[in-house]
Design a binder for this molecule. Sequence first.
Ligand SMILES: C[S@@+](CC[C@H](N)C(=O)[O-])C[C@H]1O[C@@H](n2cnc3c(N)ncnc32)[C@H](O)[C@@H]1O
Ligand code: SF4
Length: 354
Amino acid sequence: MGDRRGSLGVVTHPSPGGPRDRLGRPMHDLRISVMDRCNFRCPYCMPKETFHDRYRFLRTSERLGFNEIVRVARAGVELGVRKVRLTGGEPLLRPRLAELVGELSLIEGIEDIALTTNGVLLAQHAAELKANGLCRVTVSLDSLDPDVFAGMSGGFGGLEDVLHGIEAALEAGLGPVKVNTVVRRGSNDHTVLPLLERFRGSPVIVRLIEYMDVGNRNAWRPEEVVPSAELLQRIAARWPVTPLPGSYHGEVAKRYRYEDGAGEIGFISSVSAPFCGDCTRARLSSEGVFYTCLFATAGTDLRGVLRGGASDDELAGLLRTAWTGRADRYSEQREALRRGEQPLQKIEMHYIGG
Ligand SMILES: C[S@@+](CC[C@H](N)C(=O)[O-])C[C@H]1O[C@@H](n2cnc3c(N)ncnc32)[C@H](O)[C@@H]1O
Ligand code: SF4
């Protein structure tokens, strides 16, 4: 897209050796939830019994505007952020999302801008997103069986639209496209092999995600988690695989390559093999709360501060305080925390940003 830096007047200077949290973790990734609404009702994320027609989502004015998001991202870059991921809810429901991508792409120091989407609206937007500086896209797709897909998405959205979205992303040059598949025992685990088969030998990398106890609404039960080790066994019995070395510090997926050369798959095992020790991710919710953990119960409100006229230094100071005070490692403490007397009031995933 050429050098567009300067048209916004945004030039930040990355600070090597940014702050570390109380467990020595640097801040490297910023996940931004740009939209709390979604056009799916995946029962493991936004069950329709709770997120029904009368559910009160944020009003437009309650969501951070693009300028506010960009200011937080710039402050993050000062503290070490190099990767930004736009997510939600469904980020493609946010009007003019490509403009935000364009603005973020002007921030010096951001090396990677990615998007996680359910893919239904992707075909319409892929080319413009790419032209504005989006680097990569991850599409969530839990099954190729139409009935199972409908069950996993709450009956909304079309499988064919998602597949078109993946094709469009590849055509737009947003590859390698990753596909995220949440695996839930008894729901879609029997359709994992056909899904892998479909994408073997293509530029699409499937990542199998253990079903997690995000938020409080999905009635998570440990029995429904299919541990990655079990899935790996099932897969290797069909297509032998070899582990790949990690490509960078903080990589969440454990990667394997098919020995017959048909590509690779990843496993995200935050239940059976938590990776909190390497967690370099900060999160910004759609209404401007800064969180340091996907399973957080509280965060730092930035919207009030942004709208109250805070300077860039004050904003960066708030992020620094939140990050350096961080000691959370929920997934490593899951069992003990779940045994606690008071259930944790975790922030819902569509809101904090998956
Ligand atoms: C919350 S979604 C937001 C972006 C977009 N709507 C999508 O589905 O890709 C981000 C990712 O979180 C995953 N996710 C949601 N709930 C989950 C859960 N309970 N366990 C594991 N992954 C989950 C989704 O499958 C998706 O890949
Ligand atoms: S996982 Fe994504 S698509 Fe499904 S309900 Fe949550 S936000 Fe929507």
